[in-house]
Design a protein around this ligand. Structure first.
Ligand code: BTN
Length: 253
Protein backbone atom coordinates (compact mmCIF):
# COMPACT_ATOMS: atom_id res chain seq x y z
CA UNK A 1 0.00 0.00 0.00
CA UNK A 2 2.91 2.39 -0.52
CA UNK A 3 2.68 3.47 3.14
CA UNK A 4 -0.51 5.35 2.29
CA UNK A 5 -2.59 6.94 4.99
CA UNK A 6 -5.61 7.75 2.84
CA UNK A 7 -9.10 6.85 4.08
CA UNK A 8 -10.45 5.08 1.02
CA UNK A 9 -8.48 6.02 -2.07
CA UNK A 10 -6.04 3.22 -2.83
CA UNK A 11 -7.18 0.92 -0.03
CA UNK A 12 -7.31 -1.60 -2.87
CA UNK A 13 -4.46 -1.26 -5.33
CA UNK A 14 -4.16 -3.64 -8.26
CA UNK A 15 -0.58 -3.45 -9.41
CA UNK A 16 0.31 -4.95 -12.79
CA UNK A 17 3.58 -5.25 -14.67
CA UNK A 18 2.09 -5.06 -18.16
CA UNK A 19 -1.50 -4.53 -19.32
CA UNK A 20 -3.42 -3.45 -22.41
CA UNK A 21 -5.00 -0.52 -20.63
CA UNK A 22 -5.61 0.12 -16.91
CA UNK A 23 -8.83 1.80 -18.01
CA UNK A 24 -10.17 -1.46 -19.41
CA UNK A 25 -9.28 -3.36 -16.22
CA UNK A 26 -10.97 -0.65 -14.14
CA UNK A 27 -14.21 -0.98 -16.13
CA UNK A 28 -14.11 -4.71 -15.60
CA UNK A 29 -13.49 -4.40 -11.83
CA UNK A 30 -16.18 -1.71 -11.53
CA UNK A 31 -18.67 -4.13 -13.10
CA UNK A 32 -17.67 -6.67 -10.46
CA UNK A 33 -18.54 -4.23 -7.67
CA UNK A 34 -15.03 -3.08 -6.81
CA UNK A 35 -15.32 -0.54 -4.00
CA UNK A 36 -14.94 3.19 -4.46
CA UNK A 37 -11.30 4.16 -4.35
CA UNK A 38 -9.99 1.04 -6.10
CA UNK A 39 -6.83 1.90 -8.02
CA UNK A 40 -5.20 0.06 -10.92
CA UNK A 41 -1.57 0.85 -11.70
CA UNK A 42 0.61 -0.66 -14.42
CA UNK A 43 4.28 -0.35 -15.28
CA UNK A 44 3.46 -0.49 -18.96
CA UNK A 45 0.40 -0.29 -21.20
CA UNK A 46 0.47 -1.95 -24.58
CA UNK A 47 -2.67 -0.21 -25.80
CA UNK A 48 -3.01 2.87 -23.63
CA UNK A 49 -5.93 5.04 -24.72
CA UNK A 50 -6.39 8.78 -24.78
CA UNK A 51 -9.42 10.95 -25.43
CA UNK A 52 -11.08 10.86 -28.84
CA UNK A 53 -9.77 7.34 -29.47
CA UNK A 54 -6.16 8.45 -29.57
CA UNK A 55 -3.30 6.24 -28.55
CA UNK A 56 -1.53 7.02 -25.24
CA UNK A 57 2.15 6.17 -25.35
CA UNK A 58 2.87 4.30 -22.05
CA UNK A 59 6.38 2.83 -22.07
CA UNK A 60 7.66 0.60 -19.29
CA UNK A 61 8.94 2.00 -15.96
CA UNK A 62 8.83 5.60 -17.10
CA UNK A 63 5.45 7.00 -16.16
CA UNK A 64 2.44 6.72 -13.90
CA UNK A 65 -0.32 4.87 -15.75
CA UNK A 66 -3.28 4.45 -13.48
CA UNK A 67 -7.06 4.33 -13.24
CA UNK A 68 -9.25 5.11 -10.25
CA UNK A 69 -12.81 3.93 -9.62
CA UNK A 70 -15.11 6.43 -7.92
CA UNK A 71 -18.80 6.15 -7.13
CA UNK A 72 -20.00 9.65 -6.25
CA UNK A 73 -23.67 10.21 -5.63
CA UNK A 74 -24.06 13.01 -8.17
CA UNK A 75 -26.18 13.37 -11.33
CA UNK A 76 -24.40 12.35 -14.59
CA UNK A 77 -24.17 15.94 -16.01
CA UNK A 78 -21.87 16.81 -13.11
CA UNK A 79 -19.33 14.14 -14.03
CA UNK A 80 -16.95 16.61 -15.80
CA UNK A 81 -16.32 18.11 -12.36
CA UNK A 82 -14.39 14.97 -11.47
CA UNK A 83 -11.96 15.55 -14.34
CA UNK A 84 -11.28 19.02 -13.00
CA UNK A 85 -10.79 17.75 -9.43
CA UNK A 86 -8.31 15.22 -10.78
CA UNK A 87 -6.42 17.90 -12.72
CA UNK A 88 -6.04 20.05 -9.60
CA UNK A 89 -4.81 17.01 -7.62
CA UNK A 90 -2.21 16.21 -10.29
CA UNK A 91 -1.01 19.83 -10.34
CA UNK A 92 -0.66 19.86 -6.53
CA UNK A 93 1.21 16.54 -6.49
CA UNK A 94 3.62 17.62 -9.25
CA UNK A 95 4.24 20.95 -7.53
CA UNK A 96 5.06 19.27 -4.26
CA UNK A 97 7.31 16.61 -5.78
CA UNK A 98 9.23 18.81 -8.22
CA UNK A 99 8.70 22.48 -7.40
CA UNK A 100 7.55 22.96 -11.01
CA UNK A 101 4.35 24.93 -11.74
CA UNK A 102 2.16 22.98 -14.15
CA UNK A 103 -0.82 24.61 -15.83
CA UNK A 104 -4.16 23.15 -16.81
CA UNK A 105 -5.51 23.36 -20.32
CA UNK A 106 -9.25 22.70 -20.24
CA UNK A 107 -10.54 20.11 -19.78
CA UNK A 108 -7.84 17.67 -18.96
CA UNK A 109 -4.36 18.42 -20.20
CA UNK A 110 -1.61 19.39 -17.82
CA UNK A 111 1.22 21.31 -19.40
CA UNK A 112 4.65 22.46 -18.33
CA UNK A 113 6.28 25.13 -20.49
CA UNK A 114 3.48 24.63 -23.01
CA UNK A 115 4.06 20.89 -23.44
CA UNK A 116 1.84 18.08 -22.26
CA UNK A 117 2.97 16.16 -19.20
CA UNK A 118 -0.32 14.56 -18.13
CA UNK A 119 -3.58 13.46 -19.70
CA UNK A 120 -6.78 12.56 -17.90
CA UNK A 121 -9.53 10.39 -19.36
CA UNK A 122 -12.85 10.27 -17.49
CA UNK A 123 -15.34 7.58 -18.44
CA UNK A 124 -18.78 7.07 -17.04
CA UNK A 125 -20.97 4.10 -16.30
CA UNK A 126 -24.39 5.62 -15.68
CA UNK A 127 -28.17 5.21 -15.86
CA UNK A 128 -30.35 8.09 -17.00
CA UNK A 129 -30.18 9.80 -13.63
CA UNK A 130 -27.51 8.05 -11.61
CA UNK A 131 -23.81 7.43 -11.83
CA UNK A 132 -22.85 3.81 -11.26
CA UNK A 133 -19.14 4.49 -11.46
CA UNK A 134 -16.65 6.95 -12.84
CA UNK A 135 -13.37 5.61 -14.10
CA UNK A 136 -10.65 8.22 -14.08
CA UNK A 137 -7.54 7.38 -16.06
CA UNK A 138 -4.40 9.38 -15.36
CA UNK A 139 -1.24 9.22 -17.43
CA UNK A 140 1.77 11.18 -16.14
CA UNK A 141 5.02 11.29 -18.09
CA UNK A 142 7.68 11.07 -15.41
CA UNK A 143 11.12 9.79 -16.39
CA UNK A 144 11.05 9.79 -20.19
CA UNK A 145 13.84 11.63 -21.95
CA UNK A 146 13.21 13.57 -25.12
CA UNK A 147 14.77 10.86 -27.30
CA UNK A 148 12.27 8.34 -25.92
CA UNK A 149 9.37 10.09 -27.63
CA UNK A 150 8.20 9.16 -31.10
CA UNK A 151 8.81 11.99 -33.61
CA UNK A 152 5.18 12.93 -33.93
CA UNK A 153 4.89 13.93 -30.26
CA UNK A 154 8.41 15.26 -29.55
CA UNK A 155 7.28 18.86 -29.95
CA UNK A 156 4.13 18.60 -27.89
CA UNK A 157 5.02 16.20 -25.06
CA UNK A 158 7.37 16.50 -22.12
CA UNK A 159 8.09 14.70 -18.85
CA UNK A 160 8.72 15.76 -15.26
CA UNK A 161 12.30 14.59 -15.62
CA UNK A 162 12.92 16.65 -18.76
CA UNK A 163 11.45 19.74 -17.07
CA UNK A 164 13.14 19.32 -13.67
CA UNK A 165 16.43 17.81 -14.81
CA UNK A 166 16.07 15.05 -12.21
CA UNK A 167 15.11 11.41 -12.12
CA UNK A 168 12.02 11.12 -9.97
CA UNK A 169 10.45 8.48 -7.74
CA UNK A 170 7.22 7.41 -9.37
CA UNK A 171 5.94 5.72 -6.17
CA UNK A 172 6.38 9.02 -4.33
CA UNK A 173 4.32 10.79 -6.97
CA UNK A 174 1.55 8.19 -6.77
CA UNK A 175 1.42 8.56 -3.01
CA UNK A 176 1.24 12.34 -3.15
CA UNK A 177 -1.37 12.20 -5.88
CA UNK A 178 -3.67 9.82 -3.99
CA UNK A 179 -3.48 12.02 -0.87
CA UNK A 180 -4.19 15.25 -2.76
CA UNK A 181 -6.94 13.59 -4.76
CA UNK A 182 -8.68 12.19 -1.69
CA UNK A 183 -8.52 15.54 0.13
CA UNK A 184 -9.99 17.42 -2.82
CA UNK A 185 -12.66 14.79 -3.44
CA UNK A 186 -13.75 14.88 0.22
CA UNK A 187 -13.78 18.69 0.12
CA UNK A 188 -15.96 18.46 -2.99
CA UNK A 189 -18.42 16.00 -1.41
CA UNK A 190 -18.69 18.20 1.65
CA UNK A 191 -18.64 21.73 0.21
CA UNK A 192 -19.60 21.27 -3.44
CA UNK A 193 -17.72 22.27 -6.56
CA UNK A 194 -17.14 25.96 -5.83
CA UNK A 195 -13.86 25.67 -3.85
CA UNK A 196 -12.50 23.30 -6.52
CA UNK A 197 -13.53 25.69 -9.29
CA UNK A 198 -11.47 28.46 -7.65
CA UNK A 199 -8.42 26.22 -7.33
CA UNK A 200 -8.85 25.01 -10.89
CA UNK A 201 -9.18 28.52 -12.32
CA UNK A 202 -6.04 29.62 -10.50
CA UNK A 203 -3.98 27.10 -12.48
CA UNK A 204 -5.79 27.21 -15.82
CA UNK A 205 -3.97 28.77 -18.78
CA UNK A 206 -6.83 29.43 -21.14
CA UNK A 207 -9.22 31.48 -19.02
CA UNK A 208 -9.50 35.10 -20.21
CA UNK A 209 -7.65 34.27 -23.44
CA UNK A 210 -8.83 33.97 -27.03
CA UNK A 211 -9.12 30.34 -27.98
CA UNK A 212 -10.44 28.05 -30.66
CA UNK A 213 -12.39 25.03 -29.48
CA UNK A 214 -12.76 22.19 -31.96
CA UNK A 215 -15.79 20.07 -31.17
CA UNK A 216 -17.25 17.20 -33.18
CA UNK A 217 -19.85 19.58 -34.62
CA UNK A 218 -17.47 22.40 -35.56
CA UNK A 219 -15.17 25.12 -34.22
CA UNK A 220 -15.93 27.95 -31.83
CA UNK A 221 -13.60 30.90 -31.68
CA UNK A 222 -13.73 33.46 -28.89
CA UNK A 223 -12.76 34.38 -25.38
CA UNK A 224 -12.72 31.66 -22.71
CA UNK A 225 -14.78 33.17 -19.89
CA UNK A 226 -14.37 30.42 -17.32
CA UNK A 227 -16.15 27.25 -16.33
CA UNK A 228 -19.71 26.77 -15.12
CA UNK A 229 -20.68 25.12 -11.85
CA UNK A 230 -20.78 21.81 -13.77
CA UNK A 231 -17.26 22.19 -15.15
CA UNK A 232 -18.41 23.17 -18.63
CA UNK A 233 -16.29 25.69 -20.56
CA UNK A 234 -17.93 29.02 -21.52
CA UNK A 235 -16.68 30.78 -24.64
CA UNK A 236 -17.89 34.19 -25.80
CA UNK A 237 -17.72 34.56 -29.59
CA UNK A 238 -17.14 37.82 -31.47
CA UNK A 239 -20.86 38.49 -31.68
CA UNK A 240 -21.09 38.32 -27.88
CA UNK A 241 -22.89 34.98 -27.82
CA UNK A 242 -21.84 32.64 -25.00
CA UNK A 243 -21.35 28.99 -25.94
CA UNK A 244 -21.20 26.11 -23.47
CA UNK A 245 -18.61 23.56 -24.56
CA UNK A 246 -18.80 20.06 -23.09
CA UNK A 247 -16.06 18.34 -25.03
CA UNK A 248 -13.45 19.76 -27.39
CA UNK A 249 -9.79 20.24 -28.12
CA UNK A 250 -8.74 23.79 -27.51
CA UNK A 251 -5.98 25.88 -28.96
CA UNK A 252 -4.78 29.27 -27.76
CA UNK A 253 -4.98 31.66 -30.67
C1 BTN B 1 -5.62 12.15 -22.98
O1 BTN B 1 -4.93 13.14 -22.76
O2 BTN B 1 -6.11 11.97 -24.11
C2 BTN B 1 -5.92 11.21 -21.86
C3 BTN B 1 -4.83 10.22 -21.64
C4 BTN B 1 -5.12 9.24 -20.50
C5 BTN B 1 -4.06 8.18 -20.33
C6 BTN B 1 -4.30 7.30 -19.13
S1 BTN B 1 -2.91 6.28 -18.73
C7 BTN B 1 -3.88 5.35 -17.61
C8 BTN B 1 -5.25 5.17 -18.25
N1 BTN B 1 -5.27 4.00 -19.11
C9 BTN B 1 -5.43 4.33 -20.41
O3 BTN B 1 -5.45 3.52 -21.35
N2 BTN B 1 -5.55 5.65 -20.53
C10 BTN B 1 -5.48 6.33 -19.24
Amino acid sequence: RLGLSTKFLGTQIHYEESVGSTQKIAHHLANEDAPEGTVIIAEEQLSGRGRMDRKWHSPKYTGVWMSVILRPNIPPPKAPQLTLITAVAVVQAIEELTGLSPQIKWPNDILINGKKVTGILTELQADADRIISIIIGIGINVNQQIEDYPDEIKNIATSLSIESGKKLQRAELVKLLLHKFENLYLLYLEKGFYPIKLLWESCAISIGKTITARTITGSIHGKALGITEDGVLMIEDEAGKVHHVYSADIELS
